[in-house]
Ligand binder design. Structure first.
Ligand SMILES: C[S@@+](CC[C@H](N)C(=O)[O-])C[C@H]1O[C@@H](n2cnc3c(N)ncnc32)[C@H](O)[C@@H]1O
Length: 219
């Protein structure tokens, strides 16, 4: 994906929050909240913020998203139109990074994780929430059949956008499980948890390593 607006999210921007609540049966705020509890106070980057519908409590928030149609709906004051793969912000400024339902849309998870590591302060946490398939093989097959029918149908009924919600169905198979996807990089994978029907929502907490203690050569 380039820095220009993505036609899929541009088209569904106005209906996005409402459909989210319908598809998650009102649970999606709860799924996000569990991750937000793991962030410390201070300045948080909401990466792929969409309409800015996430409640970060008293934290200062910078919302980043490449789709202007989404960003325009956000009540957050500090907004940046950009992709996670190239964050146009300084090193080590954030006390936390949060990213919900974005990772399946990235053109590079690796580059985005490296950018997250760069903008975090040493020792700070990043929380990723996203959808995947259930771990159990039979449940995975059932889940795939279910989303093939339900997602385009809800997209058609509530947003006249069946193709866009078919994309959502396909994207659920686009990445490996979070334990594999998020480990092995510069950020330490601290915890992975699952929520939702059959555990198809995952949350993960990653942490930037603390700054190395400086050694006094004279000592
Ligand atoms: C499913 S929405 C999630 C929005 C919001 N985080 C939420 O929880 O409601 C995915 C968002 O990711 C954004 N996005 C797509 N590609 C991106 C990228 N490469 N970097 C950052 N955000 C991206 C989309 O524009 C869209 O707003």
């Amino acid at each position: 994906m380039s820095d220009v607006s993505d036609p899929i999210f541009a088209k569904i921007a106005h209906r996005y929050d409402r459909i989210n609540r319908i598809l998650s049966l009102g649970q999606e705020r709860k799924w996000r909240a569990r991750g937000i509890d793991m962030l410390s106070d201070g300045i948080v980057l909401d990466l792929g913020c969409g309409t800015g519908d996430t409640d970060f409590g008293d934290r200062l928030v910078v919302g980043l998203d490449p789709v202007v149609e989404m960003l325009q709906l956000s009540p957050v004051r500090s907004r940046v139109a950009a992709v996670g793969e190239r964050i146009p912000l300084r090193d080590g400024v954030f006390d936390g990074v949060f990213s919900a339902y974005v990772f399946r849309n990235l053109s590079s998870v690796e580059e985005t994780l490296s950018e997250i590591e760069r903008v975090l302060k040493p020792g700070a946490a990043a929380v990723v929430i996203d959808l995947s398939r259930p771990a159990h093989r039979l449940l995975r097959v059932l889940h795939r059949l279910g989303t093939a029918v339900v997602l385009p149908l809800v997209g058609l009924l509530f947003a006249r956008a069946p193709k866009e919600y078919w994309y959502l169905h396909k994207s659920l198979d686009s990445l490996p499980a979070p334990e594999q996807l998020l480990s092995g990089g510069d950020l330490d994978l601290e915890a992975v948890w699952r929520s939702g029907l059959f555990g198809f929502v995952y949350g993960a907490c990653l942490r930037k390593r603390p700054a190395a203690a400086s050694v006094d050569p004279a000592a």
